[in-house]
Write a protein that binds this ligand. Sequence first.
Ligand code: M6R
Length: 594
Amino acid sequence: MCGIVGYIGNKSAQFVLLRAMEQLEYRGYDSSGIAVLDDVINVYKGACRVGNLRNSSPRFVGTVGIGHTRWATHGEPSKVNAHPHLDCGGKIALVHNGVVSNYRPLKEKLIAEGHVFLSETDTEVIPHLIEKHYTGNLEQALAETIVQLKGSYAIVAIAEGEHKLVFARQQSPLVIGIGESEILVASDIPPLLEHTNKVIYLEDGEIGVADQNSLKILKNGKETTRAIVPIDWSADQVEKNEFEHFMLKEIYEQPRIINQALEGFFHRTAPVIDAEFMRYKKGKGLLIFACGTSYHAGLIGKYVIEELLDIPVRVELASEVNHRERTIPVANVIAITQSGETADVLTSLSRLKQAGCATLAITNVKGSSVTQLADKVTYTHAGPEFGVAATKTFIAQLMELYRLALLQQDTEENLREQLIVRLSQLPDLVQSVIDNQDQIKACSRYLTRFSNVFFIGRGINYPVALEGALKLKEISYIHAEGYAAGELKHGPFSLLQQDTPVVAIVNRDACYDAMVTNIKEIKSRKAPVIALVQETDTEIPGLVDFTIRIPVTHTLLSPIINTVALQLLAYFAAKFRDCPIDFPRNLAKSVTVE
Ligand code: M6R
């Protein structure tokens, strides 16, 4: 959840760290801090965003340092709980992302030994343990420390008198960027891109030691060599450019991402996945699991795979898979996670893998933790996503699910051809939703008058209703619930009145007549209805209060177009309410705690 960075090179560490931290802020933004090493360790931190830290910070000289942006888990956002944390003597400083699950007994023991703690964090045990083991060699002290830690961590540490960065990871991401006379380590790739596109992914249990020109990686105490991987993301992709928010930029990128996905449709890694799917048919069944928006992609994937391949698919929330007493009886599993770092997904995946399942991960981030865990990996190629609200990565996940299903030989030929034609039209159709945003904006403005909104859909558009509700509540703070349209009368009808609008997603498909009936039932309770309808629909506009007209496509592809409209609906509602759209309160982009 937090973002960590370390720098050693020939530039001002303070300057590089603050810039990098701004690019990691989507991982957590309730506090921030830096430590820069010259003759001593200089620390500056606070319960503030990076911009404020930059404006108030004294100038430090030094070309080695560490930085942190926090999403609080242990202890409220405050100066004392902000990272970096120090040992008693102030000679060792470190930043940490993850959770040290056994910090209580460690802390009690350290206190009994005379260590003085300042914060409520789990992290603070680490510099004290390092201090305890320190005899003049930071990597050795870190190696002796990490064997005592349980839980997850990515750590970057510095020590007075040692001109180097020392770092380690276990189930939390850490990427090393190799620049010209400089080395950076960070939780994610974007802050590295201004310096280099050559990276090394540190693996679980490894320790790295970097000075300006050299890097050493240690595994079980022995030096190991690791390949340098070129990154195809550019520094430009991590800028907002002319857009006010990353979320809007990422919504606007979607036609291009769909186009790009179509270009690669029948090439990338296809044979491998193909063989896997055949095995799924003979096995006990297929389970897809994920969290949040990725879970909604999984629900849509279920409809697509069942329809095209006639394979029964089960979809579960990862947070409901990982703590079950008995492992779910399936043979093959797909984990969907844009970040590749979501803790619930990773623990579920490792549990199912241990139980003997064949595992496939769909992710957007190369080298992320899920790529190290799954048997097979396929990428969504959406480029970096910064808005905390997932948009383009969701659409890219859907494109990948369509690709996986359409590649199978069992897909009925006519349907396959129909879908391929319709898929090729999607970039233009999505563009037209974006171009016709005024109709959506008007509905967003209307929604800002209310405190509660329902989103309803049926069939493949039921998960779209869930996603529409999630987007609205996440960024505009208007409470919203996604419901299967047929379920409203089994309880939520009691809430329907004039001040509870319902957004209905209606497609001309097998669910159409039932949706019309549901809308009439809602209108009889005087609740306002906004309907997302196909532009050729002549019946629904006469029944509802507002209509958002959407281009026509095949039902199986309609979630793409409908979701883009709902992303805009949420975006404008949040903008009218003046919400911090890219940094919604209490959230973070990458949820690395269970
Ligand atoms: O990185 P992941 O796809 O595993 O993330 C899962 C959820 O945390 C994520 O989709 C979250 O729900 C989004 N912020 C919703 O917009």
